[in-house]
Design a protein around this ligand. Sequence first.
Ligand code: AMP
Ligand code: GLY
Length: 424
Amino acid sequence: MDILIIGSGGREHALAWKIAQSPKAGKLYCAPGNAGIAEFAECVPIGAMEFEKLAAFAKEHQIGLTVVGMDDPLVGGVVDVFEREGLRIFGPRKNAAILEGSKAFSKDLMKKYNIPTAAYENFDDPKAAIEYLEKEASFPIVLKADGLALGKGVLICQDLEEAKAGVREIMEDKHFGEAGNRMVIEEFMTGREVSVLSFADGKTILPMTTAQDHKRAGDGDTGLNTGGMGTFSPSPFYTPEVEEFCRKYIFQATVDAMAAEGRPFQGVIFFGLMLTPKGPRVLEYNARFGDPETQVVLPRMKNDIVEVFEACVDGTLDQITLEFEDNAAVCVVLASGGYPVAYEKGKEIRGLESLKDRDDCMVFHAGTAFKDGKIVTSGGRVLGVTCTGADLKSARAAAYEAVKSIEFEGQYMRSDIGKAIDEC
Ligand code: AMP
Ligand code: GLY
């Protein structure tokens, strides 16, 4: 079966790498792809938002399954376009991807179905939001733009003045564009964060192993928010008790709630959880694999991923058992200096071949391109270097050793990915 992947980042490289291992996979294509993905898939110059062109390509090339990595096309309805054309595609329809596409929707869903999350109010008028802050809020408080904002539409405000400025930034100055037409104001919570990616077929949900991201640009969780500077898996903070709670009150409850709303969710639900002193709470939902969570979760997965994708599409996930290696993985992201603000592109990347034959080490390309026969940087996050090991400490040591082999001008990384595990 020939397979098309939609996306171009490290997540899609990890997907292509994993899909290529499936006995069911024939030729792979990726739209638009990148220089690393090109090793496994033919890269096709069609943008992820060009739905009609993507569907026409899938028809013409008799693609048996399309896999969507990114959030924008899912929220925009790429799955509906493919299904209308009779094409098989893995991912939620538009009416289910709203779980990520609208934070106001997801908060209302959680409230209606008693799924534990932070207390909140939704607003579509900045004056009402400011009035609420003046009369009822306690600080710190969290402001969230309703729509997609590259993971950057969340502001944690320490006092009333900061919060009022935040409302203006989101709703009046439209810092995050249309995403700020509505906003959520919610209670500030504290605790460890854990990401749980899961497969869902509309009825059944199968959680994968856990991961933890590092969203801030600088060591010690300082600096600006990024797409993610590194991950580790599994999370040692996700104890059997936490898992039992989440299975009981969060995972199945979410799938059931979506089904009850007439929005059956088929695809990946990514639960962003906070382990608060009062128990696990949902911080956010995403309707897709995480980036760079995927780069540590898939290298530990034993299953044939194509079989799992098909079970999600066919509604037969209850016949699958997910299995993960009893090991650990750490991914360190190498970024262009200046990311996430301003950075240069087109820098030659050296040393990639030295890690090529290592079974315990994968270099997933995020922002790379070919130029004059060389691989060069083409984005803020450039590479994700994942190493596996018997435990988190050895995986981390291996990842930080491996990154030493790679070199490009302006290269930047965090030096404390996975440091939290030292506290265990
Ligand atoms: P989100 O995009 O909703 O995951 O938010 C991005 C980040 O903001 C999260 O990973 C948390 O670190 C932080 N955050 C979001 N909501 C809250 C909250 N209610 N309390 C504390 N921190 C939060
Ligand atoms: N790593 C967070 C995300 O993919 O949204």
